[in-house]
Design a protein around this ligand. Structure first.
Ligand SMILES: *Cc1c(COP(=O)(O)O)cnc(C)c1O
Length: 491
């Protein structure tokens, strides 16, 4: 139906007795406030939203409430516009990670360096030589694009890349030990983030798991006894997200490699976080590197791209050429392959490793991990009074020392000294917990949601990962703590 051009859009509601009558959709749409929405969102969506809003205003709930309805086009346009804007909000949104966990799996792990973002954009926009050999003018291999850099950095003979480290483990086991056995210590049968369990992955890879030792102690002899005609490899899994302390024993990787090689078997090491460089240089705790694992006799090493490496989600398999060649021939690889955007970003990240002196400056994951508490404190001291003013007398904001962690399973027991804003409800009365929860909710409702952590009666915003101070402070104006009903006013 075409819009009714003759109707005056702002015609006052009927002056007759009884409730005002809703305007026709056509008349509404010809009003300039709604025309602006049509320009922004398209006629179809505005039409649908307008009908929905009008239907609600006429609906039983609105009638039951008995509240007078404002049918003025200006008022309706406000509501319609707000709905359209809410509907336009993407599902995947930027957030401020102030949890203190730098590589937070639920918040997307490593932020990418600018170089990687540029590479990703280029690969998104243009055709590329993804699987095309420019020198020969013939088909190429996407893995070859990264293998050179990976081997240069790690000293590995060969490399392959897949979708993530879980895929790397799956593909390697399926290639080397299908319907055969892999031996692994009971102390290393780990679960990572609830969905990656080494025993389950091995089962799906078609590999029979041969467990040896006990949860806390495994000896070289345990492995030696388990080796039989069906054994195809020894597997060592890096204890990445837990620590067994006390009466423990695990077999040194070199000794394990020696044993494997005596029997003509490969040793595979799933490093998980796997750093590509020694992190002590930046004052961080030691994390086993890929280079060390290879030097200590591993024939295959698997790592994640988006943990300590600081790149995009990817799985990297490094090691002996003969094994990598077999892995590359596995038909499953097609289902697990690295996509072109990831490949572009990963290459750019790997290039940064060639210049270790500037690595911490350029690689955000490392820059955040290496941030000194003194520097974080300076930021905290600037922000605290602004936040305090915004929260008025309802909460107390204090600059306090806290501890960050690496995250993604790296160095679970190590903490990085940091500084945060500890927010506590003013006064000691009941309802403080609810007030804090309401504040945490309000922070998550900001244009760029802020995610902190509630501990021991305080909401702590660890500022280690805050680099956009201006943006953070700028949006505090729209913070509305406790605007929801149900929040207890502190006494
Ligand atoms: C994180 C991790 C994995 C899984 O890696 P994703 O890249 O998340 O798939 C596997 N093994 C270990 C030891 C890990 O730490």
């Amino acid at each position: 139906m075409p819009p009714n051009k003759t109707a005056a859009p702002d015609a006052p509601p009927s002056a007759r007795d009884g409730p005002p009558r809703p305007p026709s959709v056509d008349r509404l749409l010809s009003h300039e406030a709604l025309q602006a929405l049509v320009d922004a969102h398209g006629r179809t969506r505005v039409l649908e939203t307008t009908r929905a809003v009008l239907a609600e205003l006429r609906g039983p709930r609105a009638r039951a409430s008995g509240a007078p309805v404002d049918y003025a086009p200006g008022a309706l346009a406000g509501e319609i516009g707000a709905r359209l804007a809410r509907g336009d909000r993407p599902a995947l949104r930027r957030v401020f990670n102030l949890t203190g966990t730098v590589l937070h799996t639920n918040l997307g792990r490593a932020p990418l360096p600018e170089q990687a973002i540029a590479a990703l954009e280029l690969a998104a926009r243009h055709p590329t030589n993804l699987e095309y050999d420019l020198a020969q003018g013939s088909r190429g291999e996407r893995d070859d694009l990264l293998a050179g850099l990976l081997c240069e950095i790690t000293g590995a003979e060969a490399a392959a890349c897949v979708n993530n480290n879980a895929a790397a483990v799956l593909l390697a086991l399926n290639t080397l030990a299908l319907h055969k056995e892999a031996i692994v210590s009971r102390g290393e049968l780990v679960e990572i983030g609830g969905s990656f369990r080494i025993p389950d992955v091995m089962a799906r890879a078609g590999t029979k798991l041969r467990e040896v030792g006990t949860t806390n102690r495994t000896h070289l002899g345990d492995y030696a006894e388990a080796i039989g005609p069906r054994t195809r490899l020894l597997l060592k899994v890096h204890a990445s997200n837990y620590e067994v302390r006390g009466f423990t024993a695990s077999v040194d990787q070199r000794a394990l490699a020696g044993l494997a090689h005596e029997h003509g078997l490969p040793l595979m090491v799933d490093l998980g976080s796997g750093a590509l460089t020694a992190l002590e240089r930046w004052g961080l705790p030691h994390e086993p590197t890929v280079q060390e694992a290879l030097q200590d006799g591993a024939d295959l090493v698997t790592v994640s791209g988006d943990k300590l490496l600081g790149g995009p989600q990817a799985g990297i398999i490094l090691g002996r050429s003969s094994l990598i060649a077999k892995i590359r021939r596995n038909p499953l690889r097609r289902a697990l392959r690295i996509d072109k955007l990831t490949l572009a970003a990963l290459e750019a990240v790997l290039r940064l490793y060639r210049d270790p002196d500037r690595l911490a400056e350029r690689l955000p994951a490392l820059r955040l991990l290496a941030r000194r508490p003194e520097d974080i404190e300076t930021v905290a001291a600037r922000i605290a009074p602004v936040l305090q003013a915004r929260l008025r007398e309802r909460f107390q904001v204090a600059v306090e020392r806290c501890e960050s962690q690496v995250g993604s399973g790296a160095r679970p027991a190590d903490r990085l000294p940091s500084v945060g804003l500890a927010i506590r409800p003013a006064g000691r009365g009941r309802g403080g917990g609810r007030a804090l929860e309401a504040l945490a909710t309000a922070l998550r409702e900001l244009p760029v949601p802020v995610i902190g952590r509630v501990t021991e009666g305080a909401l702590v915003l660890d500022l280690r990962c805050l680099e956009d101070e201006q943006e953070f402070v700028g949006q505090l104006d729209s913070l509305q703590p406790g605007h929801r009903s149900g929040e207890a006013e502190p006494p």
